[in-house]
Design a binder for this molecule. Structure first.
Ligand SMILES: [Zn+2]
Length: 315
């Protein structure tokens, strides 16, 4: 069977050193191989062992202001996981232990590119377990303040994102891309996070963006982009929103076969959509990725009976 149907882990340990975008704190983070079906697990090495582990799953998301934060029941938390999660998805890493000595993933250059480059250099190992998939049967939609996020049935994983900002430097941007690992890498991995100069004081009072600089974010002022090097893509902003969505949706813990449509959707709505989807059991079924491909040209009538679908103990 094709290797894309199997779970993968890292070939060996890989360490990153940097600072958190919001906390501004220095952090050392080591990505380690993990067993099949473990998923991605964050471990706070600066906390006692019994409380240090947090599974990177949708139900552990506790804060979505400007970044995605996950927390354990025992008080451990890790912020700004989304770019690393997107990089792991793009590199096909299903299982890894992410050991870090602080509360936030290093921001690197504000994109996923440094993570993707180093993970690809390190390499991955195929494991003896199949990848699982959630196949969307019916539309699921969440909305808030004129913004929305939906999943629709579709033959392959796909992301559509539209953003609309009053600021002329951004304006209206749209991107529609298959969730194909290599294409995503090409299209979105280098797109940087962005922020507005007028919001910096407010954010810092809230304890956010303390580590932000022109080295790790695109800053937009009254007269457009402030960074002297300009943009990496003409539509870098919507590309970054797709990158964020890829990271946020990867918290499902498996491939979602269907079409994600985001209308100005950010971390909060992305997580609400996953919660809504997984609560609405008639809207999807679980299978292996190889099994999902058989439904590549499916119609409603060709779908298996929901009663017969394969239930996992923990989603
Ligand atoms: Zn982001």
């Amino acid at each position: 069977m094709n290797s894309t149907y199997f779970q993968h882990t890292l070939a060996r340990n890989l360490t990153f050193v940097g600072r958190g975008l919001h906390s501004g704190l220095p952090v050392r983070m080591t990505l380690q191989p993990a067993d099949p079906d473990n998923g991605i697990i964050f471990i706070r090495s600066d906390m006692p062992l019994f409380q240090s582990e947090i599974a990177a799953r949708w139900y552990n998301v506790t804060d979505t202001r400007l970044s995605t934060t996950i927390s354990s029941r025992f008080g451990a938390k890790v912020s700004t996981i989304e770019h690393l999660m997107a990089a792991l998805y793009m590199c096909g890493i299903d299982n890894a232990r992410i050991v870090l000595n602080g509360p936030e993933v290093p921001i690197m250059d504000g994109s996923a590119e440094p993570f993707v480059r180093m993970i690809r250099q390190t390499g991955s190992l195929q494991q003896n377990a199949e990848r699982r998939a959630i196949v969307i049967r019916h539309q699921v939609r969440v909305e808030e303040h004129g913004k929305s996020a939906s999943f629709l049935p579709g033959p392959v994983p796909w992301v559509d994102m539209t953003i609309d900002f009053d600021n002329a430097a951004i304006g209206h941007q749209k991107l529609s891309v298959p969730l194909d690992r290599d294409l995503l890498d090409l299209d979105v991995s280098a797109a940087r996070t962005f922020g507005f100069q007028e919001q910096i004081d407010t954010l810092r009072k809230l304890g956010l963006a303390k580590g932000g600089s022109l080295q790790n974010a695109v800053l937009i002022g009254d007269n457009g982009v402030i960074n002297p090097e300009g943009l990496r893509f003409e539509d870098e902003f919507v590309r970054h929103k797709v990158l964020d969505a890829v990271g946020d949706l990867s918290l499902a813990g498996m491939t979602i076969v269907g079409r994600f449509m985001g209308m100005c959707s950010g971390h909060g709505l992305n997580n609400q959509l996953l919660r809504q989807l997984l609560a609405q059991e008639d809207a999807w079924f679980l299978t292996t990725l190889s099994g999902a491909e058989k439904y590549g040209t499916w119609t409603q009538g060709a779908l298996p009976n929901p009663e017969k679908r394969h239930h996992q103990a923990a989603i």
